[in-house]
Design a binder for this molecule. Structure first.
Ligand code: MN3
Length: 197
């Protein structure tokens, strides 16, 4: 059994200039692969080997190896799938209506999300979640995510660990966040929204 590193649906250089190819390659083939391998090592030969990733994150929250590496596995899988070289722009349909209902406007949602990503001290993630039928924004430290604590179902997340942006942006996290909006795949986020309702 064990978990497999998901393949990217685009080339490592496909998100340039917003995210550079070397960052993408290291992030996927080293960081994400590392979380996957360590997660598998932590569960191999135990009763956890038969559990799904979401069950592991919730039920084994107190197991640091599973929490950190299981979170790393799940979070990055969402991250890759919600970016695209054809991304950017604005969502429409029912996701757009839910954003307008919860935040007033798309621009207000972007502002609140970017602030959550900027103000996460140190390493972590910012999230857009389905939460009691509406949408909410939060951030979490390290490789934690809102699924672990029942705080919502993430449909979009940004990695604000320095490994996600330092090569191109140095300490300029704000510039990375601003550029990242250009690659958000709103079609996939809309699918995640429908699935999470
Ligand atoms: Mn990362």
């Amino acid at each position: 059994m064990g978990f497999e590193l998901p393949e990217l649906e685009y080339a490592y250089d496909a998100l340039e200039p917003n995210i550079d190819a070397e960052t993408m390659e290291l992030h996927h083939s080293k960081h994400h692969a590392g979380y996957t391998a360590k997660l598998n090592a932590a569960i191999e030969g135990t009763e956890m080997d038969a559990m799904g990733i979401e069950e592991l994150m919730v039920e084994k929250f107190d197991n640091a190896a599973v929490r950190n590496n299981g979170g790393g596995y799940w979070n990055h899988s969402l991250f890759w799938s919600t970016m695209s070289p054809n991304g950017g722009g604005e969502p429409n349909g029912s996701l757009r209506s839910a954003i307008d209902d919860s935040f007033g406007s798309f621009e207000s949602m972007k502002e609140e999300f970017s602030k959550a990503a900027m103000t996460r001290f140190g390493s972590g993630w910012a999230w857009l979640c389905v939460d009691n039928g509406g949408l909410s924004i939060c951030s979490t430290p390290n490789q934690d995510n809102p699924l672990m604590t029942g705080a919502g179902i993430p449909i979009l997340g940004i990695d604000v660990w320095e490994h996600a942006y330092y090569k191109s942006y140095g300490p300029g996290r704000a510039n990375y966040i601003q550029a990242w909006w250009n690659v958000v795949d709103w079609g996939t986020v809309a699918e995640n929204f429908e699935s999470a309702l």
